[in-house]
Design a protein around this ligand. Structure first.
Ligand code: PAF
Length: 283
């Protein structure tokens, strides 16, 4: 397993693999890897001959008051995890390698990015689409792996690949949870003991909403009202959103009459956490 810093090194390695007729999977990450990322690497390792993991805290997807500086980083720990899960190459560029002086081209998307997280993080998806497009152009993978925890991101990337005719299969992998239900996230490290306990309100709300859908509830309002009630019982929690949307377009729907996504974002103190369920997964 190799760690490289430059685009040229990635290209040379991938070219050598291609010359041997090998397939390549890409797992884009911002590092500080956990079992959620490990499941993406496992999936890529199973489907492809070689797996590239990008490990890059992308400044372009952070707003001015967000946690770019404090975002956790640990390349040594990440390397051990990637190696243990069968990854072959880590691409860990400096920001200047990805965004040279005078960089001025962006990949932007309307509609899907204007709902859910896009409302409180207006520049976020432009940064995600731009960096993911660059990674796709650098690695040219056969397949790329994303977690369903970032459900809107997954929908946005699928849409971008379709709109821009990118010849890459996008694979969505299930949310990985702690034993007590909290969805794994690099941002969980921001929580103190009290916050960590309070954060369980997200998975409690998700379980309750999913149960209602499983039992046949069709009204989006009934489901989201119940979930809001649960979250509001936790004094440390502040709701950003609790919404039911069309799973493809990310637009709100009054009735659950198609494949839908129920997504929540909740502040526990200053830490913003997200969680969700797809209705197709609770049938
Ligand atoms: O999900 C993430 O960690 C990031 O948004 C991604 C896809 C690696 C782009 O920076």
């Amino acid at each position: 397993m190799k760690v490289v810093k430059t685009i040229d090194e990635v290209r040379a390695q991938v070219k050598a693999w291609r010359a041997q007729g090998l397939s390549v999977g890409l797992v884009p990450t911002m590092g500080y890897l956990h079992e959620g990322h490990a499941s993406l690497i496992d999936a890529s390792h199973k489907d492809n001959d070689r797996t590239v993991v990008s490990d890059f805290v992308n400044p372009m997807q952070f707003g001015p008051s967000e946690d770019l500086e404090s975002y956790p980083r640990d390349l040594e720990r990440d390397s051990a995890l990637v190696k243990a899960h069968g990854g072959d190459l880590i691409f860990n560029p400096e920001p200047e390698e990805m965004y040279h002086e005078g960089f001025s081209s962006f990949v932007d998307m309307t509609i899907l990015t204007e709902e859910l997280c896009g409302l409180s993080r207006p520049i976020h998806f432009r940064g995600v689409c731009t960096v993911v497009s660059k990674l796709f152009n650098i690695v040219k993978p056969d397949r790329a792996y994303f977690g369903k925890k970032d459900a809107q991101q997954l929908a946005v990337i699928r849409h971008m690949v379709d709109d821009l005719n990118m010849d890459i299969e996008i694979v969505g992998c299930p949310i990985v949870r702690e034993p007590d239900g909290l969805a794994k996230s690099s941002r969980n490290t921001y929580l103190n003991d009290e916050g960590r306990k309070a954060a369980l309100v997200l998975s409690r709300a998700i379980l309750a909403g999913a149960d209602m859908v499983r039992n046949g509830e069709k009204s989006s309002k009934a489901v989201t009202d119940r979930m809001k009630q649960i979250i509001e019982c936790e004094p440390l929690a502040k709701i950003d959103y609790v919404k039911l949307v069309d799973a493809k377009t990310m637009q709100q729907i009054p009735m659950i009459d198609r494949d839908a996504l129920c997504a929540i974002a909740v502040y526990i103190g200053k830490t913003r956490l997200i969680d969700n369920f797809f209705t197709e997964d609770v049938k």
